[in-house]
Design a protein around this ligand. Structure first.
Ligand code: ATR
Length: 264
């Protein structure tokens, strides 16, 4: 039986096991997918287990998407371009690091037929998934990317990597077409944005990387007539679909039945 794991800290909220085990069953594969909360000093051992065949694949989530890089033998192009890994596989004895978050984000936008080109986009947050979002936005020809993070140094670090992004003080707002919540605000129910969205105007696109609950705190903050909203479920599904394909060489199906199952 093949064994897969998602590792992170915290990991309790992760829907990855539910999703991957659903696809495993649908495709009648002899595999199992679990989750493990780890500390940073355990990453090396898990990577060794993967290389020795005790495990068959890993998904990496916050806060280890970058920490895992030194343990990897080969980085895919997307992982290299973002310094960020969310999927590990073994190929000819080599540990390969992939980034499927970029495709996940891009496919979620394409599904909505939203045209990113020439848009001004604010990203809130500077954590593990943000390099992938910036990369995908640039690929889709965003004209202006503005980063705002509570800890300004982390936004500045990202600016060293992506020189042409702008930085906005945390709590401030400026003109935008699309605003993305890539912070963890809303994962816990009582956390709220200390940003006033009441005067942003119409035709703004609010995109939240968080997908649970369906109407996230960011949705509530930006929910005004004339604005659109998308939560992070599509991005989550598409990044997982790519990872599944890397490990099993099968593109699993995303449909209403699956979404209903995940919400159950
Ligand atoms: P990591 O930063 O370890 O990669 P993450 O979940 O990807 O973890 O990122 C959390 C993001 O949410 C960070 O941008 C964090 O801001 P800091 O860099 O200042 O920590 C942001 N965040 C979390 N809680 C927040 C809060 N209460 N207010 C503002 N930003 C918050």
């Amino acid at each position: 039986m093949k064994k897969f794991l998602v590792i992170g800290n915290p990991i309790d909220h992760s829907l990855s096991p539910k999703l991957h085990n659903y696809w495993i069953k649908k495709n009648k594969l002899n595999s199992i997918y679990g989750k493990l909360e780890i500390n940073e000093n355990e990453i090396g051992e898990l990577c060794d287990n993967l290389k020795q065949g005790k495990l068959d694949g890993l998904n990496i989530t916050v806060p280890f998407k970058r920490t895992v890089i030194p343990y990897v033998d080969v980085l895919s192009g997307d992982a290299l371009r973002t310094n960020s890994i969310n999927t590990l596989s073994v190929n000819n004895g080599n540990l390969v690091g992939h980034n499927t978050d970029i495709d996940g984000f891009e496919l979620s936008i394409k599904k909505l037929k939203y045209d990113i080109s020439n848009k001004t986009i604010i990203i809130l947050g500077a954590g593990g998934v943000v390099p992938s979002i910036i990369y995908a936005l640039k690929k889709m020809k965003a004209s202006n990317i503005i980063l705002s993070n509570r800890t300004k140094e982390k936004a500045e670090e990202l600016k060293n990597f992506y020189k042409d992004i702008d930085i906005l003080n945390w709590g401030d707002l400026t003109e935008f077409d699309m605003i993305i919540n890539a912070t963890s605000i809303g994962l816990k129910e009582n956390e709220n944005f200390k940003i006033d969205f009441s005067k942003v105007g119409k035709n703004k696109f609010f995109y939240d990387v968080i997908y649970k609950p369906y109407e996230t705190n960011f949705f509530k903050a930006g929910n005004q007539e004339g604005n659109t909203f998308e939560n992070g479920l599509s991005m989550f599904l598409y990044q997982a679909q790519k990872a599944f394909n890397i490990w099993h060489n099968i593109e699993p199906i995303i449909d209403h039945e699956l979404v209903k199952f995940l919400n159950s």
